[in-house]
Design a protein around this ligand. Structure first.
Ligand code: A2P
Length: 274
């Protein structure tokens, strides 16, 4: 028999030594959208509980060291699998490796999820805006597939702004999936509105979301009144500059920022990176 005699020997021979106290999950599917974007699905540990909209630390062994990065869980809390939507950074410490994963590979996940883009951090309202740019759509991919979102709000507006049309595909696929889903289609009904825009190409809607809020075009296109703190709630996820500029506009409209321990009229995910 060729079994290693000692554990230490086995560890040396085994290329994927798993650090203590983290989950090691199996990649189930990978889909590449552009040379900058991909999504993957992996197994979900039975004990892993999270609230839709939260993020987890996802990692890989790079050499003999684990490398982690914050990732919003893109799948809803009820899903048996976990989904993530990722950027590919050519020299990124994690994403340069993560973009090469294939079904059957192992991905690490730290055990505790966290985050502010959760329904509990908002005071009750009627209309929920989810403002996203790029992979910032990920926490909203979770929330728009969670029935609780539609129990709490009469209308859910997902805005997604990218540089190019090809980068919007993940969002379009999500909406399509919901419309065709056995149970979600009925729960969601006509409450969900998708507002995709691009900034560096021609498309049906163009421009930064901040400009579209400021000019009022967003509201005119959607056929809704301007932002009103009495009924409107917001969640923001995107680059640092986008978070700041969108936050300023919501505050100008009279909405105040909330947090897990102090629900408010809008929330921001500051852990998000590109
Ligand atoms: P733009 O093309 O005008 O820079 P990125 O890929 O750089 O994260 O950008 C994703 C999208 O977010 C792009 O459409 C980009 O528009 C937009 N964006 C970048 N900065 C801001 C900002 N401060 N406010 C609103 N949108 C922004």
């Amino acid at each position: 028999m060729n079994a290693p005699a000692k554990t230490e020997e086995f560890a040396v021979q085994n290329p994927m030594k798993i650090p203590d106290g983290v989950y090691a999950e199996t990649v189930l599917a990978v889909e590449h959208y552009t040379d900058r974007l991909f999504r993957f699905r992996m197994t979900r540990p039975a004990a892993f509980r999270f609230r839709s909209g939260e993020f987890a630390m996802i990692g890989l062994m790079v050499g003999d060291k684990p490398v982690y990065r914050a990732y919003s869980v893109a799948s809803p809390a009820w899903d048996e699998e976990l989904e993530f939507f990722s950027i590919k950074v050519p020299d990124g410490p994690l994403t340069s490796h993560l973009q090469k994963i294939k079904p059957g590979d192992t991905v690490l996940m730290r055990k505790k999820p966290t985050g502010t883009l959760v329904l509990d951090a908002l005071t009750p309202g009627k209309r929920l805006y989810m403002f996203s740019t790029g992979t910032g759509i990920a926490p909203f991919a979770s929330l728009i597939r969670d029935p609780e979102t539609y129990e709490k709000f009469d209308e859910v507006i997902l805005t997604h702004t990218c540089r190019e049309v090809a980068e919007l595909k993940y969002g379009f696929d999500l909406i399509e999936e919901i419309r065709n889903h056995e149970f979600l289609a009925e729960v969601v009904g006509d409450k969900l509105k998708h507002y995709p825009t691009v900034t560096r190409e021609d498309f049906s809607h163009t421009g930064r979301i901040t400009d579209l809020i400021e000019s009022g075009k967003l509201f005119a296109d959607l056929g809704v009144p301007p932002l009103d703190p009495a009924v409107d709630r917001g969640m923001i996820c995107g680059s640092a500059a986008m978070l700041k500029d969108t936050k300023d506009l919501l505050e100008k409209a009279g909405l105040t920022e909330g947090a897990n321990n102090k629900p408010g009229e809008f929330v921001i995910e500051r852990a998000f990176v590109g």
